[in-house]
Design a protein around this ligand. Sequence first.
Ligand SMILES: *Cc1c(COP(=O)(O)O)cnc(C)c1O
Length: 394
Amino acid sequence: MSTRSTRLARMGRPASGWANTPIVKGSTYLFDSLEHWRDARRLRDTQRVLSYGARGNETLHALEDALTELEGGFRSQLFPTGLAAIAATLLACLKAGDHVLITEGVYEPVKRLCATQLANYGISHSYFSARDPHWERHLRPETRMVYAESPGSLLYDMLDLPAMARVCRPRGIVLCADNTWGSGLAYQPLALGCDISVVAATKYLGGHSDVMMGAVTASQAYFEAIENVSINLGQTVSADDAFLVLRGLRTLDLRMQRHAQSALEIARWLAGQPAVKTVFHPALPGDPNHDLWRRDAQGGNGLLTIEFDPGLPGAAIEAAIDRLQLFGIGSSWGGYESLVLPVDPARTRYAGQAVAPGYLLRLHIGLEDPADLTHDLDTLLKALSTLSPQQAIA
Ligand SMILES: *Cc1c(COP(=O)(O)O)cnc(C)c1O
């Protein structure tokens, strides 16, 4: 039972009876005496007991247990979205006067959350580049948390989490990672030294573009604070949604292997195309993050970003993107289907410099046949190569 495929087939299942955890729906939970009711209310401060719908039920507990096993933490807490899980983690660990240091390549809504909500509560934040070898100089006396997304959104910069943990731990700074890229399988932030791992289950864990959910898995020292935010802010998830994520887990390994294999194949092919200047994909040899990826990750996923030749006009690229047949245009990723979305250069500035002068496009490589996807992308690139030199420099 040591391999991950085997564990995924068993985690979060009832000990006997139904092969799949049933969907349990309920608000009121009945007790047979006032004594049992009082016992449950006393125990629920330290243990997971059934007491009221907002505190979870058998379906939610099964998913929490599975995620705890996958991420390797003390316990997990579910939230209605990935962003809600991130917000709860920040609120659980920070108070007025504290500072949080965040990686520049972070999922964009986190920046808005910090600049508006957290700023109102007297919590300050600043950013550091994953490429800065002296990143510790950005720590302040009031820094209470380092919030790391590794690999980061859009350009997949990886962090040396074990080295960061060695800096944070003696200073009592909590190290939190957004593990949506790895989704519990391809990357293990808690094993690499983090205290908290947050995952948008909306992506690969759900895997079918039909459910929103987030989860936080923490070490024992931080779990209670996170559970308290869930209770105090009344955050819970529906059993139907938890069931969908549990169902997604059964095929997570199979799906991620296919996403990763197809994405690497397509990344290699794109890297050889004249219209493509750069391919960002840590599993691709030659990517600046490749060595860290080999050391710390157990697999890849379907995400890659390309930078078009800076000489190509954005309008022509966008017209060609609109004609793609197999790639949908839409937010999110991690489902079975292929997607593209432009990357706004203003949101991907590293140390005040735009990273790439060319047009940036993020691709999510889905479960379709990679030969068909390559054909679709080839049509896009061919449309660009027929531009006259004047059009190309316009
Ligand atoms: C999508 C995403 C989230 C947020 O997930 P939602 O469920 O959409 O709120 C958080 N982090 C990363 C890296 C993501 O890609």
